[in-house]
Design a binder for this molecule. Structure first.
Ligand SMILES: [Zn+2]
Length: 348
């Protein structure tokens, strides 16, 4: 049985989305066609041979996601009505992921696959063709921010739309709509869960803006390894600089490092950052040459393991926002002294 609807993000990504309700309606229409077949499939229960996380007698709909961040959002909305798993594991690099045969077996047992789109999972379209499972894209209705610069990615949509408390509401609405089509009896629960979680995300977003209030304009620069923070920077009123636009094989070239050093020096930022899923070696070099400090690890493309610092989406947002706010708001006098001592910076 092949109940496959597909929404492609690429060329449509820059078309202005008239309103979220229109976008959601399009999602709803896409979801409507296979409804009858989905109902049949739900009646079949979960294939207990499908592996990973499938608990034999568990008859709940099985929802597969492409990465851990989306999985957590789906758990928040789905509550105990759905079983949720992520194809990629905590700490995995998502952009260049290479699916395994067992990933495909797991996907074949899923009732629904939810993914980000906006070119994040460049491996996914081929994957879904092979897996043949139903799927829905969660960035429908989000206005993409184009990637800046002159690299091969320039002008393409920045895929990291979940890194925005404001965008999270769109993800949550899209998840609730997709789960409702899969399991209409859960409609009220999904709507209630999504609304509750939106309020929690809003609180985190407001706390972030408060934390950065009063930061001098020239220090409002977020310097990271990957250009993954365009949406968060927009929400927080920060400019951004980064070494490479999207995690890929060629990253941290001498030219990219020199440009990032220049940006950090010009703004005299007290701190720069790198992300958990990549090596911070290039950023150590930037920090050393710019006379600033590598202030900590940010999380964006993956949650941590359950006993790590960011096992949930909310904790990821809180961790990143606190790390950024604490470091950028650090005492200006100390930062200036650090810049003056740039020659000694590599002695740290
Ligand atoms: Zn990324």
């Amino acid at each position: 049985m092949r109940l496959h609807w597909k929404t492609r993000a690429a060329p449509a990504a820059f078309r202005s989305v008239a309103s979220r309700s229109v976008a959601l309606r399009s999602v709803a229409l896409l979801l409507l066609a296979p409804l009858v077949a989905l109902a049949l499939l739900a009646g079949c229960g979960v294939d207990s041979d499908s592996g990973a996380g499938s608990g034999g007698d568990d008859e709940r709909p099985r929802v597969l996601t492409t990465f851990t961040v989306i999985a957590d959002l789906v758990r928040e909305v789905g509550g105990d009505r759905v079983e949720v798993a992520s194809i990629t594991k905590p700490g995995a690099e998502i952009h260049g992921y290479e699916p395994t045969p067992s990933d495909l077996r797991n996907a074949a047992g899923a009732d629904l696959i939810l993914w980000n789109g906006l070119d994040l999972e460049r491996w996914f379209e081929q994957f879904i063709d092979t897996a043949g499972a139903e799927n829905a894209i969660l960035t429908e209705g989000i206005e993409p921010i184009p990637i800046a610069g002159t690299s091969e990615y320039a002008g393409k949509p920045n895929p990291h739309a979940w890194m925005s408390p404001e965008n999270a509401a769109v993800y949550l609405d899209n998840i609730a709509a997709a789960l409702t089509e899969l399991d209409p009896d859960g409609a009220a629960a999904y709507e209630r869960n999504a609304a509750k979680f939106k309020r929690e995300v809003t609180v985190v977003g407001e706390r972030a803006r408060t934390a950065l209030d009063g930061l001098e304009p020239h220090r409002r620069l977020l310097v990271t390894c990957e250009g993954a923070f365009s949406y968060l920077a927009r929400d927080l009123g920060l400019r951004e600089a980064y070494i490479w636009p999207v995690n890929a094989e060629q990253e941290g070239t001498p030219g990219q490092i020199a440009a990032t050093v220049e940006a950090a020096r010009e703004s005299e930022v007290p701190a720069v950052f790198c992300e958990s899923t990549v090596s911070d070696e290039a950023m150590q070099q930037v920090a050393s040459e710019a006379g600033t400090e590598l202030a900590g690890t940010l999380y964006v493309d993956s949650l941590s393991e359950a006993d790590g610092p960011v096992p949930t989406y909310l904790e990821l947002l809180r961790h990143d926002i606190d790390t950024i706010a604490d470091a950028l708001a650090a005492d200006a006098g100390a930062a200036d002294a650090g810049a003056a001592d740039a020659g000694d910076a590599d002695g740290r």
